[in-house]
Write a protein that binds this ligand. Structure first.
Ligand code: HEC
Ligand code: HEC
Length: 280
């Protein structure tokens, strides 16, 4: 008797276990109960890319046409209902159009997709202290001699306001200490001698087969026909110093990267109502 009872017990246990595991598997494979309220994220991406990215950028960090909506703390703190309303009704009196032709479901999908972009921007960890980074940028590092941030600084290097909007701290640090540097078009340097024997050095801002436009370090532009020049020597390398690894400590580089990661986009800071609750 005993062995039979035992095996009956085992069969029963087996049944219970298999029913349990089947339902766990089902729940895993088919979380439809949750999905019904959420939308398909790819649907949201399609609409975002076709309807929003033209102005707000593919990653939502903004462009010259519109503000950063993925990295902005202000927009992150808007509720889903507020975001949906902005999308459906636009922001009257601004360049933000009303998307009345989108169905409620499509709007919901765009909001979900925007949340995922915001999550990516928010998930970045600041490696240092942005306030100290700002002091280094305008002080010890002398970056502002060549770079502008939010309208302040020099012009010999690219404007860095948006540079760190979505990059990781590591990527920005690597960029600052990169060596050797190969400058992109517009930031290559050259030295030339004019017909009258004057020697000039600067950035080749524009060049074609016949002419060259040079910007010297004082900011002035000089235009020459190549046939008028006695010499025209391209220089390798960048104006950007390549020794920041030695000039700045690891923690100073982290502070700088943190500053670049948190600079507000200029068009985001401009309208006064945006400043109020942007908590950076
Ligand atoms: C034609 C350009 C354009 C398109 C396309 C566009 N926007 Fe905008 N959007 C703007 C501008 C400009 C603003 C800034 C309005 C202001 O000054 O408050 C804005 C503001 C916003 C804001 C509010 C930001 C804030 O700080 O309050 C959100 C959210 C937003 N857009 C989301 C979207 C979404 C989502 C789409 C696509 C469905 C979209 N936008 C398409 C130009 C555009
Ligand atoms: C003497 C001028 C000068 C100084 C000083 C300078 N830079 Fe640059 N920087 C440039 C130039 C020119 C470029 C573009 C060519 C290149 O990438 O080398 C550049 C490129 C960069 C880039 C890449 C930007 C891009 O869009 O690819 C970053 C980031 C950067 N600099 C950060 C800094 C930081 C941070 C400092 C201060 C620690 C600094 N720079 C100091 C001239 C300078």
């Amino acid at each position: 008797m005993v062995p039979i009872r035992q095996s009956l017990y085992q069969v029963g246990l087996f049944f219970v276990l298999s029913i349990l595991s089947i339902s766990i598997l089902q729940a895993r494979q088919n979380p439809s109960s949750e999905r019904d309220t959420k939308t398909n994220p790819t649907a949201g991406r399609g609409t975002f890319n076709s309807s929003c990215a033209g102005c707000h950028g593919l990653d939502g960090t903004g462009s010259d046409k519109a503000v950063n909506i993925s990295g902005s703390a202000r927009v992150r703190h808007l509720s889903d209902a507020q975001l949906s309303s902005i999308i459906s009704n636009g922001v009257p009196g601004t360049g933000m159009p009303a998307f009345r032709s989108l169905t409620a479901r499509q709007v919901r999908a765009v909001v979900d997709y925007l949340r995922s972009l915001q999550g990516k921007a928010e998930g970045r960890v600041l490696p240092g202290d942005p306030k100290r980074g700002k002091e280094i940028f305008f002080g010890k590092g002398d970056c502002s001699a060549c770079h502008t941030i939010s309208g302040q600084g020099g012009f010999l290097g690219p404007d860095l306001t948006e540079h760190g909007a979505t990059s990781s701290g590591d990527a920005i640090r690597d960029e600052i200490v990169r060596s050797p540097r190969v400058p992109s078009i517009g930031y290559r340097t050259a030295a030339l001698t004019t017909e009258s024997g004057e020697r000039l050095e600067g950035l080749v801002r524009n060049e074609d087969n016949f002419s060259v436009q040079l910007q010297t370090k004082d900011g002035s532009f000089h235009f020459f026909k190549k046939t008028d020049l006695r010499s025209f020597d391209r220089q390798d390398g960048s104006l950007m110093p390549a020794d920041y690894r030695n000039r700045l400590s690891e923690s100073e580089l982290n502070d700088l990267a943190s500053y670049l990661m948190t600079t507000p986009s200029p068009n985001q800071a401009a309208p006064p109502r945006k400043k109020v609750d942007d908590d950076e």
